[in-house]
Ligand binder design. Structure first.
Ligand code: IMP
Length: 169
């Protein structure tokens, strides 16, 4: 496994993003929506850097089989909170083609949130097919398959403390 982003760099960045959110959401009470499964580690670390009152919720999406995106996105578990008139921050692990997050944005917009922004830990911008506005970005990464810190390959490697690239993959 080659380490692409070390755990110290991850925690430094997560704390910077937390500070930005604290500034941007002063006197607000946003809902952080984690996209499962990949975003759960990032969300768990990020929310402890946030000092404004927050609520959290999750949704699950399926679209990937191993390393290939099928391109067909499906909501497999919906939110439990009502987001109408709420400030929503969508928390993603990685935005690649942009298909997943754009599907989620379109779906959530129909529920009339007051505001809806995306916070992604990783951004594979060279692979983008659908343009999506990203308000908070942790790191731009090259067009390679990455794992760790919540991200998987065939459901493995989510427990790594760092972001890595599997040798020979
Ligand atoms: P998109 O729809 O192509 O933007 O893909 C987004 C989703 O694909 C992410 O939420 C991840 O679950 C998965 N994904 C994309 N690239 C990678 C990667 O390099 N490693 C692990 N998962 C990835």
């Amino acid at each position: 496994m080659n380490v692409l982003i070390k755990k110290e760099a991850l925690s430094q960045k997560v704390s910077e993003i937390g500070k930005q959110i604290n500034d941007d959401y002063k006197n607000k009470n946003p809902i952080l929506v984690g996209v499962l499964k990949g975003a759960f580690v990032f969300l768990a670390d990020l929310l402890r850097e946030i000092e404004v009152p927050i609520e959290i919720d999750f949704l699950s999406i399926s679209s990937y089989n191993g390393k290939k995106s099928s391109g067909v996105v499906r909501l497999t578990n919906d939110l439990s909170l009502n987001i109408e008139n709420r400030d929503v921050i969508l928390i993603e692990d990685i935005v690649d083609t942009g298909r997943t997050i754009s599907y989620i944005i379109n779906n959530l917009k129909t529920r009339k949130p007051r505001s809806l922004v995306v916070c992604t830990l990783l951004n594979k911008k060279d692979d983008r097919i659908v343009e999506v506005p990203l308000t908070y970005i942790g790191f731009d990464v090259p067009s390679v398959f990455v794992v760790g810190y919540g991200l998987d390959y065939l459901n493995k490697y989510r427990n790594l403390k760092y972001i890595g690239v599997i040798n020979g993959k």
